[in-house]
Every structure is written in structure tokens, then in C-alpha cells.
Design a protein around this ligand. Structure first.
Ligand SMILES: NC(=O)c1ccc[n+]([C@@H]2O[C@H](COP(=O)([O-])OP(=O)(O)OC[C@H]3O[C@@H](n4cnc5c(N)ncnc54)[C@H](O)[C@@H]3O)[C@@H](O)[C@H]2O)c1
Ligand SMILES: CC(=O)[C@H](C)O
Length: 259
């Protein structure tokens, strides 16, 4: 059981929702941050119904905007009186065949996926120091940040970048008793992945199932993961058993953990 406080960004659906629910089950107070406040409110309500009122608290915030991230972290840490873990989960994944990449694709995707990790890290470290203790930073990369995926150059470049940020910040923050790690899911059944499968299928004149198969066959087990599989790794990284692990990326593929 934990009496600690965690924040999860992009917690309105998919992997972020699963992580928020798992950390609540682990005993955390959970702050949920999302662009669409009605979605994170709904997840917070379901968590409070299951784990007790005031377990979860939702705040609107766009992770690409530094001020909104700091405001969200301040609101949540003020509400619960502490902060111990942040999960920089929010992300977007446009399908971008290399010859179709635009400047907007690059700016939009990097501002959310990469800037969002930087702002979440800065805001969390600011809170850890305010409460005079260390903490844990957990970033969302991807198998697409470990191996190149065709049609995902822009997205994949952000996920490779997040692995690098995880390593650099882990070294910078170790002296402050702050660990930084990342989870790298394989192919997980979420709206993001369904959208990619649809786009890839459409681009090839095929159906969504064909599009999904283009990714699953490239993954070690060729199996799809559930958001809860990823949440189990986030639970480990948020808990005390991972206190001496930092700068690492844990691959979650087909419901199994690889490294
Ligand atoms: N689904 C997969 O197969 C898969 C695999 C590997 C990695 N990932 C990563 O896991 C994370 C979650 O993915 P998912 O599949 O649950 O995605 P999803 O699209 O289903 O959910 C992402 C959530 O993030 C939110 N979000 C997007 N931009 C935001 C912003 N600017 N500010 C705040 N919230 C924002 C969305 O509203 C959504 O609720 C992402 O970082 C993704 O790159 C997903
Ligand atoms: C294709 C993939 O790995 C996800 C979206 O990160």
C-alpha cells in the first residue's frame, strides 16, 4: 500500500487511464491531467467510486504548454499536500510517411510528446523540492522509440528522443534522489493504436486489421498488449522496489516485460 501522490498525464483514456486506476489500486492519491477535462473527470469519478472519495482529482491541462503543466502540477500537489511520482504519458502519434511529413507534423508532435516530457519533468522536480524529498519520473516511450517503424518517422523520432531524455535527466537528477525511467509498450489496444492501424491500412488500400498486422508482426511476440499490462510496469516503476533503478527503458510487449 502507498500513501503517496502520483500525477498521470493523458489519463482520460487508454494507457494513461489504466495507469491512473492501477496506481489508485496501489494506494496512491492520483492527479489526472488531460486536454479534455470531461474525459479525465470521468476517469477520476470512476476511481473515487471504487477507491474512495478524494482518491483522484482531475485537472485540465495541455502538456505542450509549460504554464499549463506547472499550473496542473501545482493544483494537484496543493490538493493532496504532496507529490511523489509523475507519469509523463500524454502523447500523439500521427502516421507520417517520410515524403508527406510537414512542418506542422513536426512542431505539433514534438511539442506534445517531447516538450510535454520536459515540462512535466521540470514541474515535478519543482514540486519534489518544495516538499523536501526526492521522487520518481516515469516517461512513455514506445517500441517505436526502440526500433524504426515505417510511416512513423515523426512519432518514432519523438519516442527515441524520450529515451534519451530519460537517460540524461536520470543522471542529472540522481543526486536529488529522483529516479527517471520509461516504459516502451509494444502494440497496445487503445484509440491511438486503432487510429494508426486505420491510417496505415487506408494508405495501402487495405482494412484496419491489415494495418494492425503490419505492426504486430514486427513485435517480439506478435501479440497485442492490454493497457493494464503497461500499467503493471508503471506500478513497479512508481513503487519502492524500483528505487535503485534509473535511466532505464522497460519494454512491455504482448503482455510480457522485456529489456
Ligand atoms: N497504444 C500503443 O500501442 C502505444 C505503444 C507504445 C507507446 N504508447 C505511448 O503510450 C502513451 C499513451 O498512449 P495511448 O495508446 O493510451 O494513447 P491514446 O491516444 O489512447 O491516449 C492518449 C491520451 O493523451 C491525451 N493527450 C494527447 N495530447 C495531449 C496534450 N497535449 N495534453 C494533455 N493530454 C494529451 C489524449 O487526449 C488521450 O487522452 C503515449 O505516449 C504513446 O506514445 C502507446
Ligand atoms: C506503433 C506503436 O508502437 C505505438 C503507437 O507507440
Amino acid at each position: 500500500m502507498s500513501d503517496k501522490v502520483a500525477i498521470v498525464t493523458g489519463a482520460g483514456q487508454g494507457i494513461g487511464e489504466a495507469i491512473a486506476k492501477r496506481l489508485a489500486k496501489d494506494g496512491f492519491k492520483v492527479g489526472l491531467v488531460g486536454r479534455h477535462v470531461e474525459k479525465v473527470d470521468a476517469v477520476a469519478e470512476s476511481i473515487n467510486a471504487e477507491f474512495g472519495a478524494d482518491t483522484a482529482f482531475a485537472v485540465k491541462g495541455d502538456v505542450s504548454k509549460r504554464d499549463e503543466v506547472f499550473t496542473a502540477v501545482e493544483k494537484i500537489s496543493d490538493k493532496f499536500g504532496d507529490l511523489n511520482v509523475i507519469v509523463n504519458n500524454a502523447g500523439v502519434a500521427p502516421t507520417t510517411p517520410i515524403m508527406e511529413v510537414t512542418e506542422d507534423d513536426m512542431e505539433w508532435t514534438w511539442k506534445i510528446n517531447v516538450d510535454g516530457v520536459i515540462w512535466g519533468t521540470q514541474a515535478a522536480v519543482t514540486a519534489f523540492k518544495k516538499f523536501n524529498h526526492g521522487g520518481k519520473i516515469i516517461n512513455a516511450t514506445s517500441q517505436a522509440g526502440v526500433q524504426g517503424n515505417p510511416s512513423l518517422t515523426v512519432y518514432g523520432s519523438t519516442k527515441f528522443a524520450i529515451r534519451g531524455i530519460t537517460q540524461t535527466t536520470a543522471k542529472e537528477l540522481a543526486a536529488s534522489n529522483i529516479t527517471v525511467n520509461a516504459y516502451a509498450p509494444g502494440i497496445v489496444k487503445t484509440p491511438m493504436m486503432m487510429d494508426i492501424a486505420h491510417e496505415v491500412g487506408q494508405n495501402a488500400g487495405k482494412d484496419d486489421e491489415w494495418g494492425m498486422a503490419q505492426f504486430a508482426k514486427g513485435i517480439a511476440l506478435g501479440k497485442l498488449s492490454e493497457p493494464e499490462d503497461v500499467a503493471s510496469v508503471a506500478s513497479f516503476l512508481a513503487g519502492p522496489d524500483s528505487n535503485y533503478i534509473t535511466g532505464q527503458t522497460i519494454i512491455v510487449d504482448g503482455g510480457m516485460v522485456f529489456n
